[in-house]
Design a protein around this ligand. Structure first.
Ligand SMILES: Cc1ncc(COP(=O)(O)O)c(C=O)c1O
Length: 454
């Protein structure tokens, strides 16, 4: 591992370089600071930990252009929302056309029939609903799960992130379920109704399900939010068998793993969930999410709704299912998320993963590279972690910050969250090489303890 003082020295140099190179962003950041909490329209935008936020003028395909005129190859892709490239032309055209024909009607749009049939064909579940964010879709499914099972408990895996879902803001500490660090404004005790289990821990899962009080297991099929953690062979079969045995619903959140293939991880690996959630990229980056359920679960939802009688279900939001979302879903599913697009994304990600391994080997860094479809992740440890705890142990925030900023200063954007790299259908070989060259230069400097410059 690089020496901490070498990391600190390089980071200081790169922060100064960023400051000099981005005067227009600096000016805008100063103007923006007065009227936005934390200085940005959404406070996580500070997670990039830049000296001041980078202001974006335009994002198209795999490119971002900032207000100082720098052009970036984007491997963050809106933390997955732009997985198919920024503003795919088919989606942009459909949204523009629909925008002139009505934005919010609270009635089904003409595209609803086609989109419903396509979601069923593509993802293998027959009945669907639209939400506006993946957070909402997960929340809604959780309510349905509790309503149909009459049970209150949720199981999630340690290191999970399923959006702003209160119930999932927990983690495992010393074998106990605890509120996640940093959680704000949480009035209730989440640990009363959520259990956390280590990913890949079949025994722990079995124990957590044993009391037959669990409404649902909510999981990503491969974890992506604690670095990438792949399921052990046999893990999904055991998860499905156990949830069936205990009459617990299995809800699979494909929001990030949609990068695996045109039907997500579920179709690629033959999973059999009771419900699926897909957000972020499903409508090409427009605010939209969908959730699908089996025919059996749909029938149980209908029964629960009927049983509840008149009133409000507490599920759904006014703008969900609006005509703009349906137009974007139709364009994205029909013209953008094609088999050819996935073939390109996967080919570039495979090149990227191979290139990363070569760069790390060249500089004697024993860092792992994990690829799932169009998504790659590198970690500061020799093998892909199997658990969130192992992944966390391999984290080095200062080193991550340096790598991210070093790349940004050389025209490469990667996610501010750990070391995730995503390729889109618009990502070119030049983009891949640019990233590898910049990373190579950074590791050269680190390996030589900051005594030489590239
Ligand atoms: C797996 C997963 N599910 C759900 C979400 C929530 O998505 P959104 O913030 O769009 O609601 C995220 C966000 O990162 C996610 O990673």
């Amino acid at each position: 591992m690089p020496a901490p003082n070498a990391v600190a020295a390089l980071l200081a140099r790169e922060r100064a370089r960023y400051g000099h190179a981005n005067p227009a962003s600096a000016r805008l950041a100063a103007e923006t600071a007065d009227h936005w909490f934390a200085g940005t329209p959404m406070h996580w935008m500070t997670d990039w930990q830049l000296p001041f936020p980078l202001a974006v003028r335009e994002a198209r395909g795999a490119r971002i252009v900032d207000v100082d005129g720098h052009v970036y190859s984007d491997f963050c892709l809106g933390d997955t929302a732009a997985m198919f490239g920024h503003s795919p032309p088919a989606v942009a055209d459909a949204v523009a056309a629909q925008a002139a024909r009505g934005l919010a009607t609270m009635l089904p749009a003409v595209d609803a029939a086609w989109v419903g049939a396509e979601l069923a064909r593509r993802f293998g579940l027959p009945v669907w609903q639209v939400a506006t964010t993946a957070s909402d879709a997960n929340r809604f499914l959780l309510r349905w799960a509790r309503a149909v099972t009459g049970r209150s408990v949720l199981i999630v895996f340690d290191g999970c992130y399923h959006g702003a879902v209160d119930d999932a803001q927990v983690r495992l500490e010393g074998g106990q379920t605890r509120h996640a660090p940093g959680l704000l404004g949480q009035a209730g005790n989440l640990t009363a109704s959520t259990r956390v289990v280590e990913f890949n821990d079949i025994e722990g899962l079995s124990a957590a399900l044993a009391a037959d009080d669990v409404a649902a297991v909510l999981c990503e099929p491969a974890m992506t939010n604690a670095g990438m953690i792949l399921p052990d062979p046999g893990f999904h079969a055991a998860l499905r068998a156990l949830t069936r045995r205990h009459e617990t619903l299995l809800v699979v959140d494909e929001t990030h793993t949609l990068a695996t293939g045109p039907g997500g991880y579920t179709q690629a690996f033959g999973l059999e969930p009771d419900a699926l959630v897909i957000g972020k990229a499903i409508a090409g980056g427009l605010a939209c999410a969908v959730y699908g359920v089996t025919a059996t679960l749909a029938a149980r939802m209908q029964e629960a709704w009927t049983r509840a009688g008149p009133g409000r279900t507490g599920i759904g939001t006014t703008l969900s299912g609006n005509p703009l979302q349906l137009a974007a879903l139709r364009a994205n599913l029909g013209q953008v998320m094609t088999d050819d697009a996935y073939a390109t994304m996967h080919a570039q990600a495979t090149r990227l993963a191979a290139g990363l391994r070569a760069v790390f080997a060249r500089h004697d860094f024993e860092w792992s590279v994990t690829q799932l479809g169009a998504r790659c992740e590198f970690r500061f440890c020799a093998t892909t972690p199997r658990t969130a705890r192992a992944s966390e142990a391999a984290t080095d925030p200062s080193l991550e910050r340096l790598l991210h900023l070093y790349l940004l200063n050389r025209g490469i954007v990667i996610s501010p969250f750990h070391n995730m790299l995503l390729t889109s259908p618009a990502t070119t070989l030049d983009d891949v090489h640019a990233l590898l060259d910049a990373l190579d230069a950074c590791l050269f400097e680190l390996a030589h303890a900051g005594t030489q410059t590239p």
